[in-house]
Design a protein around this ligand. Sequence first.
Ligand code: 9MR
Length: 379
Amino acid sequence: MQKLIYLFTYWFLLTTFFVSCGTSNTQAVEEEDLNSLREAFAADFTIGTAISAPQIMGEDAKAAALIATEFNSLTPENVMKWMHIHPRPEEYDFELPDKLLELAQAQDKELIAHTLVWHSQLAPWVNEISDSTELAELLAKHINTIVGRYKGKVAGWDVVNEALNEDGTLRETIFLNLLGKDYLPTAFKLAAAVDPDTELYYNDYNLCQPEKRAGCVQLVKDIQAAGAKIDGVGIQAHWNLSGPPLEEIEASILAYHALGVKVMFTELDIGVLPNPWDLDGANVNQDFENSEFMNPYPQILPDAVQTQLADRYEGVFKLFLKHSDKISRVTFWGVHDGHSWLNNWPINGRTNYPLLFDENYQKKEAYHRVMALKESIEH
Ligand code: 9MR
């Protein structure tokens, strides 16, 4: 703990030093000829964003404009999770998922559905089940009903989300506890039987860390060995300014590609705030106290940090481009900084700056640097 506090203090002082040196927020890149992320990367991978319920409802015109222009792949941030889409045993709520599908179809964008089997954001009544046959039947019903409704309309499903512990072993969830590890291939088989043409993915965070990567490789092999179809691994990509190292990201792209599946970065955001503990994943069940120290940029992101963020995004996208033959999609977890989940996790009420558009819907230095990678290739 002592060491952690020391590290944060050091990091904070270093950042403050650069800020006080008055480094300017130079947007060195000239205005692009390319008009949007989706156009710039059209030959490389789709560019997605996760959209919230108000955005699906069209309640935010500025976000709607960005969604329409910049992205060609949409993922629901929350509305297709079990607690929302299947809140009671005999009740499904398809209103917002249907609206999202309409939006995607009207704008000719792919819809990536998130997620069928996840221990978190489960409807509470599911957690009360203690009989394995009952849970097996329920899982089949859940998947048949939901995948069935969107058959032929969804480009890909996050079939199972976050089934791994950090050490690569299987997480103890109600599914593992009652159904055993076969619940994984079973879920993929059920989904494939209902909609044979949709892509099926395993999705998780920290998939670039060596131990968890090894666990994920094994998980995919086990699904394949059981005769189930799995089309891709979704690396969530909730990252920060320094980690994970590009070398580990590259090793992961290669490791998952070697399994014969597509690699996708499904929940990309790069946090710039101090991390209250030495964890850089996305376990949503943890929260910490807010403080001035932990929320150093409540009004504006200093230019020096803006540039660090742009450097990091540039490095990450250079790597994505190097392996664009293996990467099918890059999805940002949110449209703009103002509504990112990272403003409330792992500490509630902070101001984070993890995306390419700021809270005023404006393109950030990071946006221009990412676009410039294509400019320099195309001209
Ligand atoms: O961004 C989502 C946030 O609005 C929800 O409150 C949270 C609750 O579980 O889930 C967030 O999205 C998560 C995603 O579904 C799975 N990977 C981690 C994401 C960030 O927590």
